[in-house]
Design a protein around this ligand. Structure first.
Ligand SMILES: Nc1ncnc2c1ncn2[C@@H]1O[C@H](COP(=O)(O)OP(=O)(O)OP(=O)(O)O)[C@@H](O)[C@H]1O
Ligand SMILES: [Mg+2]
Length: 259
């Protein structure tokens, strides 16, 4: 996977590639987590990463925003090597890359509105209250939680908190979204709504997304391309249907185990 190959097997133009990961390795002590990971993600593409627990899916996306640094290999975002970025460049990168953490992470003492205003005032430095109110309403409407605007996170269900976390990441309209298990712990209907929201972000804002999930329906709804991660490497790549219908024993086993 040296160069980007899209679903039609054509070479994509280099300027269309927003994330380029090339032969990265990462170990924690004796635990070799990433053994050889390479992938290119094109602008406005939704890439889904599937893989059993503990394979290094979260570690990989933490390397994209510079929260972790690979031991070897290269991670470029918008053409720039992340490990060589200055603090100012990293800060700028994090305004362009939204990261939905696996754990959600809301400020418990702030209302939903305050949680959502935070990135607008602190990160984007927006001062116009009308603009702030408009964005908060728009994004809450998107996740179906307009009624919850003045509630505290402790007064919300787990699924609602997850949706607020999603809204808080989406409110800055990042060019790239990294979703770490966006539907885990949600009921099937809410999961489907979140998956459709991810698709909507792609269509409306041309957002590029990397979506880590165990939820096959989420993968089916959102993916332009699916990667299967196993033992520190990507072992397969293709559309959801291509992989689901694959005759390859390893891939077949994977779909049978997880569906
Ligand atoms: N900061 C860290 N320090 C030490 N080990 C870590 C660190 N982060 C992750 N690991 C280890 O790396 C391995 C892969 O972790 P990772 O969280 O990427 O798995 P995952 O594929 O996202 O799994 P899951 O599907 O359960 O979320 C695990 O063995 C984990 O213990
Ligand atoms: Mg994980």
């Amino acid at each position: 996977m040296e160069t980007f190959i899209n679903n039609n097997g054509e070479n994509g133009a280099m300027e269309d590639i927003v994330v380029e990961i090339s032969h990265i390795k990462k170990a924690f002590g004796v635990n070799e987590v990433l053994k050889d990971i390479s992938v290119c993600v094109k602008r406005s593409e939704n890439v889904v990463v599937l893989g059993k627990s503990g394979q290094g899916k979260s570690v990989t996306i933490q390397c994209i925003v510079g929260l972790l640094t690979p031991d070897e290999g290269s991670v470029k975002v918008f053409g720039k090597e992340v490990s060589e970025m200055s603090d100012a460049e990293l800060k700028d990168l994090r305004t362009k890359v939204g990261f939905l953490f696996q754990s959600g992470a809301l400020y418990d003492s702030m209302t939903v509105r305050e949680n959502l205003e935070f990135p607008l005032t602190r990160v984007l430095k927006i001062k116009d209250q009308k603009e702030i109110d408009k964005r908060v309403e728009e994004v809450l409407d998107g996740v179906g939680l307009l009624d919850a605007v003045d509630k505290l996170p402790c007064d919300l269900s787990g699924g609602m908190r997850k949706r607020v976390g999603l809204a808080r990441t989406m409110i800055v309209k990042p060019e790239i979204m990294l979703y770490d298990e966006p539907t885990t712990g949600l009921d099937p209907i809410t999961s489907r709504e979140i998956s459709e929201l991810i698709l909507h972000m792609q269509k409306r804002y041309k957002t590029t997304s990397i979506i880590i999930t165990h939820d096959m329906e989420c993968a089916k709804i959102t993916a332009d391309r699916v990667l299967i991660m196993n033992d520190g490497m990507y072992i397969a790549e293709g559309s959801f249907d291509e992989l689901k219908n694959s005759e390859d024993i390893k891939i077949k086993a994977f779909f049978n185990e997880t569906t």
